[in-house]
Structure formats: structure tokens, C-alpha cells
Design a protein around this ligand. Sequence first.
Ligand code: PLP
Length: 369
Amino acid sequence: MDLGTTAVHAGLPDADQGAPFLPGPTFAGTYHFRGDPDPSAYTYGRTGNPTWTRLEDALGELEGGETVVFSSGMAAMTALLSCAGADGGSVVLPSDGYHGIRTFVEEDLRRSGIEVRMIPTRAEWGDEVLEGVRLVCLETPSNPALDVCDVRAITARAHDHGALVAVDNTTATPVGQRPLDLGADFSVASDTKGLTGHDDLVLGHVACRDPEWAERVRARRSLTGAVPGPMEAWLAHRSLATLDVRHERQCANAARTARLLVKRGDVTGVRYPGLESDPAHRIASQQMRRYGSVVSFELSTQDAAERFLASSRLIAEATSFGGVHSTAERRARWRGDDVGPGFIRLNVGCEVASDLEEDILGALDAVRG
Ligand SMILES: *Cc1c(COP(=O)(O)O)cnc(C)c1O
């Protein structure tokens, strides 16, 4: 069955006369529960909730592995990093990856004595990088520069060195790329972005094929209390039915936008893994189903970028990406990423392509004055 069809039906209960397709959220701090502890029962709201279970089943179908949902992408990633850190051994992280993870690693992991090696996503690694490593974290395509690394090749080498591999799959979503099928041990994501796609909630998950690891990560969630609210979990599940449709439209719009931008003399450094001329294209085409909704590019100065953002009528100036509404920001305003002052990360939404095209061309012309 195609993944797009799976997304429409994922995690729904069997048809039951008079019952809704997707039962509503279960709001519970505690549950009626008699007798001796039973690990399969719902007993307390921090350790289990049927609305999470349904979403986890759905995401499990999309990822091809057992899934644990978290209150945010950061909660999911830091749960995995702390479990791996507790095993001893070093951690490898992308030096150009999500800034929040890099900050956590600096302020938490390193201080607690765990050795962390930072490697750019597009670097060629020597074997010395993998000596003594417990966990390799990849982010592909990376946020915000959209570099890509070869998940199959890196995973094979990491496994030879006894290391586990986690892919931050936020920018791709499981309908764009399936890290577990590529051999990775974990697929981790912020579901705040394209997976839920409506810019209305914060959520994350970890997926893996080893039931013992799923149990460890779930136990970490219970202990740290990094649990999603039932309403967020339900909204996320509801939005999965349209995930593939949204993604298809957004990726087509993004590809068209990237092709439009490369033709402009006033735009440089256009990055989109779906462009045949992009340095990431060859590997991306071997491991991705679609190339994502994010396009990055540069205008000549901070002022030009600000004028572009102010002149567009359809693209909202906002951080984050993946939603149905087109959004963009001048990334250097946050100072966390190594990008130029005119660098823009554009999330292409579900608007009609010709309207977007007209809007973007109009905003670029307004910059030139
Ligand atoms: C947003 C993001 C995160 C963090 O997720 P939150 O849901 O904001 O906690 C992690 N990795 C990547 C690549 C992201 O874009």
C-alpha cells in the first residue's frame, strides 16, 4: 500500500457501528484502576493515555517502527540523548543542525562529562570520528542550510563501530523519508512542523524497531514527565489524514519556487534538495520520497531580506516551518546559525502555485525598488 493511503487510515480503530472514525481525546489525570499493577493498563495520566496510544500506532505505521510521542521535538531528542549518554561513550552531532539541540548538548551533555563530536552534515568522515561512539545523530536535510548526508552509508559504518544512529527527520516527515528503512536505529522528529502542519501545536516523537529501546525511551518520558496533552495528540492524529496531500502540494510548490528563484539575478545561494543542480540532489534522490517544503536562499543584505519579507502579502514572517501557510524569516536574526545577514528560510505552504509565484516575484521587485 502506498504511504499516502496509509496516512489517511493510520491508527484508526476498526469500524464499529455508531462510533466515530477517530475517537475524541481522552482527558484523564487518573483512571479507575483496581488491584495489582498491570503494565498494559491505563492507570495514571503521566504514564499512559489511549489518545497517545492511537497516535503512536498511526506514527508507527508511517515510520515502520514502534513510536513514543513526546510533548515536543526537543523532549523527544533530549530523551534519546540522555538515554544514550547514560550508556557511556561519545555522541556525534551535526554542527549545522537544529540550534536547540546544540545548546542542550553544550549546556547539559558536555557538562555532565559526555564527549560530543560536532561534524558538518556534508563532511566526509574519517573512521576516527566513530571510535568509541555510542550514538550518531544526523539531521538530513539539515535545518536551515538543507544539506543532506547519506543515511545508508553512514549507518553501515556506524554499526561496524558498534554505534547507534538517530536521524532527526523533522524537515522531511515520514512521508518524505523513512530513516528506519534506510537502516537508522531511530527516527526522531519535531511534529510541531510539517507532520502536523497547521502551526497550532507543539509535539515530538521517537520511532525505533528495537522494543527494548522503545521501552527505555517510554520510561524516560514517564520519569521526566515530558508528556503531550491529549488534545495535542488528538489534533496531531487528525492532521495525519491530510499529511500526504499537504506534503505533495507543499513539495510541488517548493520545487516550483526554487526553480523560480535560481533564475533571478538578485537571489543567490538557492538551496533545495529537489533541484537537479543542488549539491544535495544525488543523495537526496536515493533516500527521499519527496524533497520537502523548505527552500533557502540569500538576498544581498539584511535590508534587502527585511524588505522582501515586508513586501510579501502571502508569506507570513514567522519562525518554524512545515505548515500549510507559507512562512519565512531572516534566519540570522536569531544568531544561532552560521548564515549570512540576507539568508532567508522559506517554508512553502499549500497556497495555489501561481498566486505564490506572483507574490514572490512582486516582493523581489519591491526590494529592487
Ligand atoms: C523545531 C525542531 C526541533 C525541536 O522541536 P520542538 O518541537 O520545537 O521542540 C528539532 N529538530 C529540528 C530539525 C527542528 O526543526
